[in-house]
Design a protein around this ligand. Structure first.
Ligand code: AMP
Ligand code: MG
Length: 520
């Protein structure tokens, strides 16, 4: 297994001089060196051929002992120095101080086909940042991250990627619902990849400590490698950097809204400076369209990170990043302008996204009202988001009376869709029909356009849970089936139609399906 190692983060940025793996506050350093824990019986469950190729490996490499050893943490790849990153963050709206990679260990960076990939193991043991945690990850949450990050990529949503899913052979103690019922679960490790894993929280750590020297080093490094088009470090460049991060964050969140993804823990330590979806924890997919839904039981009181609030939380997080970068910019006006622009862009882009979801190309003034009315209708009775938008593409102009029948499959309680609810839907289809008259696309062309923005298959919460239940019994076939299915989420795949279905009733209130905690 030959990798083209091009480490830059640990070579160019200041490291912690303390080499002991003890929990502590770490100052004036972006990272601490740490060796992954050696698993007792590592076993490869699944690997992504595509991501192996991306880092210059082939199928024979995936099957090699070295691959098993390196990506389970059993062996350190020659001439590399694994490390944990130092960062801080705001969690659920409160300043949390130093956090850091408590259970992620960065192995190395690889350059291949002109792309740079940083590779991390998630779940390979304690680091100086583990606080009260054990640095480990369980199989269920590892399957969820492995499958979802690849699914998101194929949906066209910016995300970190995944290379491999391994069992460690060690048991991990977890209290899934934080109710005093701890149990042993299988330990697992995901190897994940991104150009960089730098988060908003990396900047917040230095800013909070007034360590401007290292704040500047980190910012200059980020620009040099990931925003080189912005040019040499200067105040103007830092403003542009913030603007770019803001744009990318918004773009990512608009995609989340489009596909019905709810991250669940949008803390600033989980916000990538590349606008990538990062740290798949208690995330979930909207089944019935519901602005108020969050999968995260830890957040069930305030629902801070509910579906409808994600764009606002993106803005709130950007404000924290702005505060962190302020010492380098020392001017409030340009930062405020970026944050204001985010709000303007959000309105425009979400309208554009919603237009695309219902097959509109032309921009008409009353579209905002059309969307608001549609959202009202979707909330009248539980309506499956994915199935609604997908089946809507079958709607043919001039037949508003057939509208409700066409999307019938998306209602969880079809018997409720009568009287006032039915009338409201009929009203919407009438307006929609009139609105379609202003477009000059054929039915087929519109259907095609809609079917590339409205996925047919997403990783519904219960689907991941089925794969987890099987894997717990040692059967990994469903992991591969879902992995293959979700590579083509917009294709029809008639052989997989059983996955184009509403959440089954048994999954409505089942742990892991609709309710998830941060315990992972
Ligand atoms: P998360 O909510 O998963 O993004 O994690 C928030 C913080 O807690 C990060 O600093 C993680 O590294 C840390 N953390 C989460 N789980 C563990 C664990 N099992 N062991 C050590 N640190 C953890
Ligand atoms: Mg995190």
């Amino acid at each position: 297994m030959k990798l083209n190692i091009k480490d830059s983060f640990n070579n160019e940025l200041p490291s912690d001089s303390n080499r002991q793996n003890s929990r502590r506050q770490v100052y004036e350093s972006t990272h601490s060196y740490v060796t992954p824990r050696v698993p007792s019986h590592p076993k490869l469950i699944h690997a992504s051929k595509e991501m192996a190729e991306a880092i210059g490996l082939d199928e024979a490499d995936i099957k090699s002992t070295e691959f098993l050893e390196v990506f389970s943490g059993a062996k350190v790849y020659p001439k590399t120095k694994p490390f944990a990153m130092a960062y801080a963050g705001h969690q659920f709206g409160n300043w949390a101080g130093q956090l850091g990679d408590g259970r992620a260990i960065n192995l190395f960076e690889v350059e291949n086909k002109a792309k740079r990939w940083a590779i991390q193991l998630k779940g390979s043991g304690e680091t100086p940042y583990s606080r009260q945690g054990d640095g480990l990850a369980v199989l269920r949450s590892s399957i969820r991250e492995y499958l979802c990050s690849e699914a998101m990529y194929h949906l066209g949503v910016p995300t970190t990627r995944a290379l491999s899913l391994m069992l460690t052979g060690d048991d991990v103690l977890r209290d899934i619902l934080y109710n005093g019922n701890s149990d042993y679960e299988k330990g697992a490790i995901v190897s994940r990849l991104a150009p960089t894993f730098i988060r908003f929280g990396n900047f917040e750590l230095f800013a909070a400590r007034k360590d401007i020297k290292n704040l500047k080093k980190l910012t200059d490094y980020s620009i040099k490698y990931f925003y080189p088009e912005l040019g040499k470090p200067s105040k103007e460049t830092y403003i542009q950097f913030f603007k770019e991060v803001s744009n990318r964050t918004l773009e990512m969140i608009i995609h989340w809204q489009r596909v019905g993804f709810v991250h669940g823990v949008m803390n600033t330590d989980n916000m990538s400076i590349l606008g990538l979806t990062i740290d798949y924890g208690p995330y979930g997919w909207l089944e019935d369209f519901n602005f108020g839904w969050t999968p995260n039981t830890t957040d069930s009181q305030n629902k801070r990170y509910r579906y409808g609030n994600q764009p606002n939380m993106g803005l709130w997080n950007l404000l924290q990043l702005a505060n962190a970068l302020y010492p380098l910019i020392e001017e409030a006006a340009p930062i405020e302008a970026v944050l204001e622009q985010y709000q303007i862009d959000f309105k425009q882009q979400s309208l554009k996204m919603m237009r695309s979801k219902i097959g509109l190309q032309v921009e008409v003034e009353y579209d905002e009202k059309l969307m608001a009315d549609l959202e009202d209708c979707l909330l009248l009775s539980e309506t499956d988001m994915t199935i609604f938008f997908r089946t809507l593409s079958n709607y043919k102009i001039g037949s508003p009376e057939k509208g409700v029948d066409i999307v019938q499959q998306s209602f969880y309680k079809p018997e409720e869709v009568k009287d006032e609810i039915l009338n409201q839907w009929k009203g919407w289809f009438n307006t929609y029909d009139q609105r379609l008259q202003e477009e000059d696309l054929s039915h087929e062309a519109r259907k095609q356009n809609m079917n590339v923005v409205n996925p047919k298959y997403v990783l519904r919460n219960y689907m991941a849970q089925l794969a987890i239940d099987k894997a717990d019994e040692g059967d990994y076939k469903l992991i591969d089936q879902l992995f293959q299915l979700l590579k083509k989420p917009y294709d029809n795949q008639p052989e997989n139609d059983k996955w184009f279905a509403k959440r089954p009733d048994w999954a409505r209130d089942k742990v892991g399906c609709s309710m998830l905690s941060c315990s992972s």
